[in-house]
Design a binder for this molecule. Structure first.
Ligand code: NAP
Length: 324
């Protein structure tokens, strides 16, 4: 597995990270099974995936519990990336970002306890504050957590280019986590250029590490869905308009064209979709979710496709022809 350094840090990350959202169970249908999730995590480790992206929100702590069980003593040898800030009520239908210093401290302490570690390798703000805490107060609290040794590196998720630049001018920010896939490319407009030349707190420009989430568009870029696919109410894709109507049909057209290329290259469509993300300028790694070991087997094959090859021009034409 190819490793890349998260720019400006000593973190060497496999280009594919394991995403633990579905591991938590909630919102991912009725087929999430802890034993299968554990097998998927262990397969990821065996195949060289060395970092895991989790969050308190994922199954309200359950993803962390499963991850700890799966990793066992190998937990000390991987990079743990988690998140901070989101509060939820009851079953979590109402989740909101509370980035007050008090909540962030309590949230990080709870993550440390669940994960059984003294320090989090990469702590990422899950999404911008919805309860009015000024950005400077949030950043101050994050920096204190880093200085106290509870956190090694700080990242942001889902921030606009303007807020990202403002944050990075205040404290050292080490990564941005953002949606990016063949079907979702808004990163290329403002965030991508912003990440490439971010001015740090000392006015020094340096590229920021970018971690792409949802690189398979929640499974749509694997070739397994068709126009008649349906989801149970417990699956967030039942309410995702990318899985409905004309948007779904347009995506399926893209997937069927990709399938021809993938077949010729003898790789799964998922590997082609992941490799496309990993080849984009400024990308450090892609975070792929998996419910089974077989899905992980497909993801790691992306590494075979990272070099320049004639088929990439064809793939780019297919991707550019898609209009979401
Ligand atoms: N920071 C944030 O706000 C944020 C937001 C979203 C995600 N994330 C992170 O990014 C990770 C990845 O995103 P994601 O999980 O939402 O989407 P994703 O990686 O695009 O899709 C993952 C889902 O696709 C299906 N799948 C994956 N590989 C497959 C394969 N080879 N063949 C068939 N189906 C396959 C699986 O679900 P089924 O088997 O049920 O189809 C899997 O759970 C998350 O787990 C999380 O760590 C972060």
């Amino acid at each position: 597995m190819l490793l890349r350094t998260l720019p400006g840090t000593d973190l060497r990350l496999s280009v594919i990270g394991f995403g633990c959202w579905a591991t938590g169970g909630l919102w991912w249908g009725d087929d999430v099974d802890d034993d299968r999730s554990i097998a998927a995590i262990r397969r990821a480790l065996d195949l060289g995936i060395n970092w895991f992206d989790t969050a308190p929100l994922y199954g309200h702590g359950h993803a962390d519990a499963v991850l700890v069980r799966a990793l066992g003593s190998r937990l000390r040898h991987v990079v743990l990336a988690t998140k901070v800030g989101v509060r939820w009520d009851g079953e979590g239908a109402h989740a909101r970002s509370d980035l007050s210093p008090q909540h962030m401290q309590a949230d990080v302490e709870a993550s440390l306890r669940r994960l059984g570690v003294d320090r989090i390798d990469l702590l990422q703000v899950h999404w911008p504050c919805e309860l009015g805490t000024p950005l400077t107060e949030t950043l101050g609290a994050l920096d204190e957590l880093r200085q106290a040794g509870k956190v090694r590196h700080i990242g942001l998720c889902n921030y606009s280019a303007a807020d990202l630049c403002a944050a990075a001018a205040t404290i050292r920010i080490d990564s941005l986590q953002t949606p990016y896939s063949m079907l979702r490319r808004e990163f290329e407009r403002e965030l991508g250029p912003a990440c490439r030349g971010l001015q740090g707190p000392h006015g020094v420009g340096a590229p920021l590490g970018v971690l792409a989430y949802e690189p398979l568009c929640r499974g749509l870029l694997t070739g397994k869905f068709n126009a008649r696919s349906t989801f149970p109410a417990s699956d967030l894709r039942a309410r995702d308009d990318r899985f409905q109507g004309q948007r779904l049909l347009r995506a399926l057209t893209l997937v069927s064209r990709l399938e021809l290329v993938a077949r010729r290259q003898h790789v799964p469509i998922a590997a082609l979709a992941l490799a496309w993300v990993l080849r984009q300028e400024g990308l450090t790694a892609a975070i792929a979710g998996a419910k089974t070991a077989a899905q992980v087997d497909e993801h790691v094959r992306a590494a075979e496709l990272l070099d320049d090859a004639p088929f990439w021009a064809e793939v780019q034409r297919i991707v550019d022809a898609y209009r979401g």
